[in-house]
Design a protein. Structure first.
Length: 421
């Protein structure tokens, strides 16, 4: 029983005893002493009761936090036991899956739609304590832990949110109308009439398949042992992360690719401003001001900037006249360096004379991500039994179905024609 409950019950008994003693007209000396003792105990218990409530409130909060995170922790612990080497050996030798790996694969198979062995996205993590080297893994170089599929990717740094979809297409209704309030012009006048509340559906469909082929020699299968899964995980996550980063921003929408947010700026309704001037903080600041005036961001430190390394080189070299500050210093003074992502994969190379490139501004407003990346189910691992049959190697194909969409185009802005000379 909780201490606060015990004290509350004792306080109730004391009040009952005091009420009986207080009802007597001529209490004896012993009864008077009892009244004093009960009064002193009652006042002491009040202090103990408050202390017990404070202590128990802390315990309840700790217990609540544990309950809230228990399911996610159990899921993480289950995924930590998934072994990629079991998948490779099952595809190569037909070895039976066991343990947590077999449990996870069975659960994924129940969703259907897999020709090979389904592999969860979380299995592409690089686990702590495992080691890799340049080719065949060996205990020399330790790699960092990867929390999700590709957490250091440009898409994630720009605020893109990856969501998991079981089957079918998914869409989000996004408000596109401007519902306004109005004042009544006079004592008997009416307020502003009803305004249409309109929404637009942003859909994602399983029309785009991303694949990677991996070739594992027989020597690697026999020599690497348990560390084999680390090499497969590292190569798969790196290759798929680079391809997905490029598709999120530069996807053509044709030849099986999803439509990227830069290539499809007009389709998504993203504002594209042709700067056609030297790259400097002033032109980026104008884009930030447009975010703020449209209520998409409250301050410049809520903005994320995607830019080419060549643009950083130009800004840092462009020193303001009569000062020791460069345009880059002005930029990072207003947009934190942690909010700036530089890439040569997700933005097209500078072209023209003078050379000019593009930059992308994003922000997360009201908890809504500027970009959504959807993945359907798990990664499908399929074996090719013929290509490397003569050498005894293993060739596997990893297939993932993914798509990209933009919920609110007001949370993105594209700057083009940023000249670098």
């Amino acid at each position: 029983m909780l201490d606060s409950v015990k004290i509350a019950r004792r306080q109730s008994e004391i009040r009952q005893n005091l009420a009986e003693l207080a009802g007597k007209e001529n209490p004896s000396e012993e009864e008077l002493r009892n009244m004093e003792q009960l009064d002193f105990e009652y006042r002491s218990n009040e202090t103990r009761y408050r202390a017990a409530l404070i202590a128990e409130d802390t315990e309840r909060r700790d217990a609540g936090n544990e309950l809230e995170t228990r399911s996610s922790q159990e899921w993480a612990d289950l995924m930590a036991g998934f072994e990629m080497r079991q998948v490779a050996l099952a595809l190569d030798e037909g070895r039976q899956l066991d343990g947590q790996t077999a449990e996870i694969v069975t659960e994924l198979r129940s969703a259907g739609g897999f020709r090979g062995i389904p592999v969860p996205w979380q299995a592409l993590e690089v686990r702590a304590g495992e080691t890799v080297a340049a080719g065949t893994p060996n205990p020399i170089q330790t790699r960092p832990i990867i929390d999700r599929l590709f957490p250091d990717s440009v898409a994630s740094r720009m605020g893109a949110q990856m969501i998991s979809i079981d089957t079918g297409a998914v869409e989000w209704p996004v408000t596109t109308s401007a519902v306004t309030a109005g004042w009544a012009d006079g004592e008997t006048a009416n307020v502003a009439g009803p305004t249409t509340y309109a929404t637009t559906d942003r859909a994602m469909s399983p029309d785009h398949n991303l694949g990677i082929q991996m070739r594992i020699t027989r020597k690697t299968l026999k020599q690497s042992g348990a560390a084999l899964e680390q090499a497969v995980r590292r190569d798969m996550s790196g290759a798929m992360g680079m391809a997905m980063d490029q598709a999120v921003f530069l996807g053509t929408g044709a030849n099986g690719q999803p439509l990227g947010v830069i290539t499809g700026a007009a389709t998504y309704g993203i504002t594209a401003t042709a700067v056609d001037d030297l790259a400097r903080w002033a032109v980026i600041r104008s884009g930030v001001v447009r975010f703020m005036t449209s209520n998409a961001a409250a301050s410049s430190d809520m903005i994320k900037l995607l830019m080419r390394p060549e643009m950083w080189d130009f800004l840092d070299d462009n020193v303001l006249s009569g000062t020791a500050f460069s345009e880059w210093d002005r930029l990072v003074k207003n947009i934190p360096a942690s909010n700036i992502a530089m890439t040569n994969n997700a933005l097209a190379e500078p072209v023209g004379d003078p050379l000019a490139c593009s930059a992308l501004l994003t922000t997360s407003a009201g908890g809504v991500a500027p970009i959504y990346v959807g993945n359907w189910g798990a990664i499908d691992m399929i074996r090719d039994p013929y290509s490397d049959a003569q050498s005894g190697g293993l060739r596997i194909t990893a297939l993932a179905t993914m798509d990209v969409t933009v919920a609110r185009p007001a949370q993105l802005e594209l700057l083009t024609g940023l000249e670098l000379g």
